[in-house]
Design a protein around this ligand. Structure first.
Ligand code: BES
Ligand code: ZN
Length: 395
């Protein structure tokens, strides 16, 4: 079978089960390793042809009691089910080709929610005033344009701020990620866990306004996206104050050059992919402090992972009780989550408003804290969401 995307595979899982059972000749299927183990327990003829860290390529026979096992595995709510191949050659070449992509698209994430006491404590510690202060500081730069001196200074300020919050922890590093084609660096803070899997929480550091002479234009970018960086900074502060030690690695990223085509995040996502880094999930925080009429938090459905979006909806229902949320679409790759999504990693963007109620001051000199009511009450909700996401997914 040609690889046709996880949704198609999910839909055709039952059809494939029927196909596998209807032929006497051997068939080949690739499944997650945990599923392979289970299948082999109840089907003694199954042979392992190949395996990697996450997947096994199995030779199966008609006599193997696959159907019941595959149905049983519905309980895992696994996104991809399994892949089936007609010949050994096809099986091996497809397995080798897609092993890595499957790992990122189809690997089973633990989306359980069971860290109530830690998350409740974290949420109670997040403070509006801290978020407001970071928005005020970052929006005081004339602009944070990726090619301007103040754009470089703003990223260096984020570096210093994140460093001072984490200096006492030997398991935390803060690094500048330099880009070859423009001066503004990205900033990456890593809390090293016991497991190499990485939970990414990111947002862009740059701002932009006008059309001509953008390096000179006044672009406070308080909502877009000082709010996202401030939301992340408070999330980091609380994790440090709690002395939180995650099982998985957590990386916070302040991307350069988003406003000119997602350039910073594109380079970083490509590098993580090239380096075979296992990404458990990506949360994008871009515009968190301008509240729309209808909902508190809006999950964009395009360029994002549906299963992770469902998980985030559950996090809101569990930990941010009383808040309203719903789904909308950007309609295009509107922010850095698209860079990760296009590399095959599960990404989400919880956004401040519906598109139809969006903040019209962005990309102008009027994108200020004052234009958002002079407080960071809305962004505080996103810090609480980021804390619950980080603690539950990196456990
Ligand atoms: N924060 C915006 C994206 C955004 C704006 C999302 C309004 C939802 C509502 C982001 O910084 C941005 O401006 N993105 C660009 C696209 C990018 C590929 C250059 C945009 O929307 O034009
Ligand atoms: Zn933005």
């Amino acid at each position: 079978m040609k690889w046709n995307g996880p949704l198609k595979t999910l839909i055709s899982t039952f059809a494939l089960a029927t196909t596998v059972l209807s032929h006497a000749a051997p068939h080949y299927i690739s499944v997650g390793n945990d599923m392979a183990k289970d299948l082999m327990k109840s089907n003694s003829h199954i042979k392992v042809i190949k395996e990697d860290h996450n997947h096994s390529l199995l030779e199966v026979k008609q006599s193997d009691k696959l159907e019941a096992s595959l149905l049983a595995h519905e309980k895992f709510h696994r996104c991809g089910g399994f892949f089936s191949y007609e010949t050994l050659e096809e099986a091996i070449s497809e397995f080798d080709n897609h092993a890595h992509f499957q790992q990122s698209m189809l690997s089973f994430q633990d989306y359980t929610i069971n860290q109530e006491s830690t998350v409740s404590k974290a949420i109670s510690m997040a403070k509006e005033e801290n978020i407001r202060n970071v928005i005020t500081k970052l929006s005081s730069y004339h602009n944070r344009y990726y090619k301007s001196e103040t754009g470089v200074q703003a990223s260096n300020w984020i570096f210093d701020q994140w460093k001072s919050l984490t200096d006492h922890r030997s398991d935390v590093s803060v690094e500048l990620f330099n880009h070859s084609n423009w001066p503004q660096p990205s900033v990456i803070l890593t809390i090293k866990g016991k497991s190499p899997e990485v939970v990414v929480i990111g947002g862009h550091a740059d701002s932009i306004a006008g059309f001509w002479a953008r390096h000179k234009a006044h672009a406070p970018g308080a909502d877009d996206n000082a709010s996202g960086i401030a939301t992340m900074t408070e999330t980091i502060r609380v994790l440090m104050e709690m002395n939180h030690r995650p099982e998985k690695t957590i990386a916070f990223m302040a991307y350069a050059a988003e406003e000119v085509g997602l350039l910073g995040s594109k380079e970083i996502a490509k590098k993580y992919k090239q380096d075979n880094v296992e990404i458990a999930g990506v949360l994008q925080l871009d515009m968190t402090n301008f509240k729309g009429q209808k909902w508190d938090i809006v999950l964009m459905q395009d360029y994002t992972n549906a299963e992770q979006n469902t998980f985030i909806g559950k996090l809101i229902d569990t930990y941010l009780t009383g808040l309203e949320w719903g789904y909308d679409k950007c309609g295009y790759g509107c922010s850095d989550h698209a860079s990760w999504h296009l590399q095959g990693f599960p990404a989400s963007i919880p956004f401040e408003s519906r598109m139809s109620e969006k903040n019209h001051n962005i990309h102008t000199k009027n994108d200020t804290l004052e234009s958002m009511g002079g407080n960071a009450n809305h962004a505080l909700k996103f810090s609480k969401l980021a804390l619950s996401y980080a603690i539950e997914l990196a456990k």
